[in-house]
Design a protein. Sequence first.
Length: 318
Amino acid sequence: MIKQKKVVLVGTGFVGMSMAYSLLNQGGVDELVLIDIAKEKTIGEAMDLSHGIPCAPSEMTIKAGDYEDCHDASVVVITAGVAQKGPEQSRLELAQINSKIMKDITQRVVESGFDGVFIVASNPVDLMTYVVEKVSGFPKRKVIGSGTVLDTARLRYLIGKYLDISSKNVHAYIMGEHGDSSFVPWTHCYVGCKKMIDIIHDNGKDISDLDRIYGEVRDAAYEIIAKKKATYYGIGLGLTRLLKAVLTDEHAILPVSTKLEGEYGQSDIFVGVPAIIGKHGVVDILELKLSEEEQAKFDHSCEVLREMKKQIDEAIKE
């Protein structure tokens, strides 16, 4: 277990501060340092959070800082980057812009002497995690993307609602890209100890309900953005879950973006898969036996990312 639990958050926008707020409410961190190009806002955010410490479950030092504060951090979480402007801006264009931001942030964090675990949430997250790993030169296990943690939470929530059962008893994962090419390996979806597919058959439900549930997960971000301009609470809580798995050396199984080297027949690509998370990052990747259809979906998702990755390499060379 990590003794000194110091976390640095780079990016104090909606996502970063949602994570910071949920972390304050849950406790378990000794020190939280906020870094952002908007320095006055960062100071204000640190003050605002600190005033809630008397109501929080444990003490926590919260301050605005700079990259030199990363040198003794256990984890650096990166949520910085520009948001997609809308359908008129392609994901590739967004990736090229954010890759340059990721390169600069990563270089500055590494220059501080940081030797902990990177957690990346900036979008497109699979590609941005790749940038951080490539620029930092860190071992692959120490660079984790939030991957499909949020997508999976949405899936479990909707299945729980569909079956009128606690979502905590739903064991299912979204795999692949954090994006439209993701998929659900339904053959590995369980409710309690029973397969979701068997529940559908045994209760006389329509198997097409599974496609509808996945569609709701895939389109959830679009719907939320249309209604309130951005999504941040869900991913904020998801990041806190991932962060605490690292800080407590929990060995929890979470669907993160991690680098594959032969798993699932794929190599040199960061993509969302179930993995065991501990104090050094990814302890191991769980390789599920996918059906032929599921493997084809996974391969397609990796190909989508691989095509964009070629353009990212050019962007970070500049």
